[in-house]
Design a protein around this ligand. Structure first.
Ligand SMILES: [Zn+2]
Length: 309
C-alpha cells in the first residue's frame, strides 16, 4: 500500500509499504480522507514535536477488526486520530476511534477532528451565549471556533486575519465583524466595539506573538484568553496588563468529539465548508504541503484522498 513517510524538514515521501494486520485492540481502516492539519504544516517546516501526531485527521471504513476489539465491525464508518494516516490503510487503536453516522458526508467526517479541537477549547473557556468573543485567525482552527461559537448561541464574534480570502470565509460563516490586523489596530477596534470594556473571551488561533498580544489587550478585566494556536517561536508579552487586569490564560490541545458531534447533530453548522481542495496522495507535497506553506495561499483545509488517482 501507499503511505507517506516523514524523513525530515520539507522531506516527506510517498512510498510503497507492506500492509500490516491490526494488532490487539486495533482495527484496520481503509482511509477515505486525511486532512492536512496546521500542526502537520509546522512539523513539515520545523520538525516533529511531541503530542502532535503527523497525519491524524482521518476518516474511513473498517476493513479488519483485530483481536480483542469490542463494539466495532467491518464496514463501519469511523473517524480516527492516529499518526501516519496519510496512507491507504491505517491500524488504529479502538480508543482513538469515533463512530460516525452512515449518512454523514465523508467531507464532514474529515473535519470532525478539528471541530473537536474547537469544542474542547470552547468547553475549557466555559463560554455563554450572551458573551462577546474575539478570535484571532481565520484558518481552520479559527473558523471551527467560529462554528462552535455559533452552535453555542454566541451572537458576537469578532475575528482578524491577514488574508482576505480567509476573512471572507469567516464573514460567510457568520462572524460579526472581520478585519485585517495590519490595517486596523485590534485593541483599539475592540475598545470601540465594546464601549471600552473589552471582550469576555479572546481566543488565539494562529500561534504567533502579534495575535497573542491582540488577545491579551482585547479581553475585559478578569476575562479569559484561550490559546489554541501552535507556537514554534517564543512570544514576548508585557505581563503588567495581564496581572493588573487579572486575566486568565488557558492553553488547549485536546479534543472533545462528543460535543462536536452534538453540534453537527443539532444541524446548524456545516464544518465541511472549510474544505477548499481534495488531492491524491501522490500529490501531497506539490499540491498540499507546498501550497499551504507557500506565499500564494488560497486554501483553508486540504483533504488527501488515497484512492484518488
Ligand atoms: Zn488536526
Amino acid at each position: 500500500m501507499k503511505k507517506v513517510v516523514y524523513y525530515g524538514i520539507r522531506d516527506i515521501r510517498v512510498e510503497e509499504t507492506e500492509e500490516i494486520q491490526p494488532g490487539k485492540g486495533e482495527v484496520k481502516i481503509k482511509i477515505k480522507y486525511c486532512g492536512i492539519c496546521g500542526s502537520d504544516l509546522h512539523e513539515y517546516l520545523h520538525g516533529l514535536f511531541p503530542e502532535s501526531p503527523f497525519g491524524h485527521e482521518a476518516c474511513g471504513e473498517i476493513v479488519t477488526v483485530g483481536p480483542g476489539v469490542k463494539g466495532y465491525a467491518v464496514g463501519e464508518r469511523v473517524c480516527s486520530v492516529v499518526s501516519g494516516s496519510y496512507a491507504e490503510y491505517i491500524n488504529c487503536p479502538q480508543e482513538r476511534l469515533l463512530k460516525i453516522p452512515v449518512d454523514m458526508d465523508w467531507k464532514r467526517a474529515a473535519v470532525v477532528e478539528p471541530l473537536s479541537g474547537a469544542a474542547y477549547a470552547l468547553e475549557r473557556a466555559g463560554i455563554k451565549g450572551n458573551e462577546k468573543v474575539f478570535v484571532a485567525g481565520c484558518g481552520t482552527v479559527g473558523l471551527m471556533l467560529l462554528l462552535g461559537l455559533k452552535a453555542l448561541g454566541v451572537k458576537t464574534v469578532y475575528m482578524t486575519d491577514l488574508l482576505e480570502y480567509r476573512r471572507k470565509k469567516a464573514q460567510e460563516l457568520g462572524a460579526t465583524l472581520v478585519w485585517n490586523p495590519l490595517e486596523i489596530k485590534t485593541a483599539a477596534k475592540i475598545k470601540e466595539l465594546t464601549s471600552s470594556k473589552g471582550v469576555d473571551v479572546a481566543i488565539e488561533a494562529v500561534g504567533i506573538e502579534a495575535t497573542l498580544k491582540d488577545c491579551l489587550s482585547s479581553v475585559k478585566y478578569s476575562g479569559k484568553v484561550i490559546v489554541q494556536g501552535i507556537f514554534t517561536q517564543r512570544a514576548s508579552v508585557h505581563m503588567l496588563g495581564f496581572v493588573t487586569r487579572e486575566t486568565t490564560m488557558i492553553g488547549t490541545n485536546s479534543i472533545h468529539p462528543e460535543l462536536a458531534m452534538s453540534w453537527i447533530k443539532a444541524g446548524n453548522i456545516r464544518p465541511e465548508s472549510v474544505v477548499t481542495k481534495i488531492i491524491p496522495l501522490d500529490k501531497i507535497v506539490a499540491e498540499g504541503f507546498e501550497v499551504l506553506v507557500g506565499k500564494n495561499k488560497a486554501d483553508i483545509k486540504i483533504l488527501v484522498e488515497p484512492s484518488l488517482a
